[in-house]
Design a protein around this ligand. Structure first.
Ligand code: TPP
Ligand code: MG
Length: 336
């Protein structure tokens, strides 16, 4: 790629990582101020995975996400305003305020949903990718999931079938070391996830998930394999979540990981490292960075304002927009 295009791509990736971080920092404050009800699962620290992978995708490619989905959705092009409105449970949100953080979907961007059920995005992605195969398009599907999902049966059923049928998909395991408070090493009979993919004769790669360029390179190769009809690839991205399992963990006094461990991982911060790379290679200046920061802050504040002034859903509409209407043979009485 030409130098100027590479610089544009680097700026796009940096902007996308910053957007995710600033969005989530703002969400944490809104949850703590009770403007957003409940808790969310923060992606802070893992930004390079979503951004590196999505940079290798086209808009027509499909992704499925997880309970920790804000990063994937923003990286695939999701709008902060419609996401924020969904978190505020407003009618202008992605799911008209009925889904919340763990159900955000945008079919126009081929985001087939965040998902509150661990590993449940994998078979959805496979179905979508299989459709592409049948229709002979060149689109691929990516499923993001965590280390905890590695011990879910449905993920293994999906890996088996995807490999057997050479389905054009990519399995992106975000190994952040923990499923809630349970460490991946203690939860897995074989914590070497690449070996488990190899059992399905699926090529796999261990990737530094704190390095957006490494993730992008690995994803690009995996996408190419899938587009060429060579079947799925498994990427294990080693990463870390800086925050708790969810927003409320900060107040719960849980001690499953040490402050030292968290600080060690922060030294590898994906955004800071990428900024210094850009300083060296593209003469990225403090002023450039300041301008990008202020653009992101404005974008996120506009999203908050949009959510705040949006109307609540009308309770009378609560039975509309279901995926299916109740079975007609059953009398409505007793159902509604
Ligand atoms: C099938 C299922 N089992 C349990 C849960 C409860 N649960 C929600 S998130 C989570 C941990 C998932 O860990 P991991 O896959 O590593 O993702 P991470 O939270 O680290 O991003 C669990 C057990 C669930 N949502 N779905
Ligand atoms: Mg995990």
């Amino acid at each position: 790629m030409e130098e100027s295009l590479l610089k544009l791509q680097a700026i796009r990736m940096l902007k996308s990582m910053l957007r995710i971080r600033r969005f989530e920092e703002r969400v944490i404050r809104l949850v703590n101020d009770n403007e957003i009800a409940g808790v969310t699962h923060e992606y802070i620290g893992q930004e390079a995975v979503a951004v590196g992978v999505c940079e290798a995708l086209r808009q027509k490619d499909i992704i499925t996400s997880t309970h920790r989905g804000h990063g994937h959705i923003l990286a695939k092009g999701g709008q902060p305003s419609k996401m924020m409105a969904e978190l505020f449970a407003r009618s202008t949100g992605y799911n008209k305020g009925r889904g919340g953080s763990m159900h955000i979907a945008d079919l126009s961007l081929n985001i087939y949903g965040a998902n509150g059920i661990v590993a449940a995005g994998a078979p959805i992605a496979m179905g979508a990718a299989w459709t592409q195969l049948i229709k002979s398009t060149s689109e691929v599907a990516v499923t993001f999931f965590g280390d905890g999902a590695m011990n879910q049966g449905v993920l293994h059923e999906t890996m088996n079938m995807a490999s057997l049928w050479k389905i054009p998909m990519i399995f992106v395991c975000e190994n952040n070391g923990y499923a809630v408070t349970f460490s991946a090493d203690e939860a897995s009979a074989n914590p070497n996830f690449a070996e488990r993919a190899a059992a399905y004769r699926m090529p796999s790669q261990l990737v530094d998930g704190m390095n957006v360029q490494e993730v992008y390179k690995a994803a690009q190769a995996a996408v190419e394999r899938a587009r060429n009809g060579e079947g799925p690839t498994f990427l294990e991205c080693k990463t870390y979540r800086y925050m708790g399992h969810h927003t409320a963990e900060a107040t719960m006094g849980i001690t499953y990981r040490t402050k030292e461990e968290i600080e060690q991982w922060k030294l590898k911060d994906p955004i800071r490292h990428f900024i210094s790379h850009m300083e060296h290679v593209y003469s990225w200046s403090a002023l450039d960075q300041e301008q990008l920061e202020s653009e992101m802050i404005q974008e996120i504040e506009a999203a908050v304002e949009y959510a705040r002034v949006s109307p609540n859903p009308n309770p009378e509409d609560s039975l509309l927009n279901m995926y299916s209407t109740p079975y007609e043979g059953i009398p409505a009485k007793g159902w509604v």
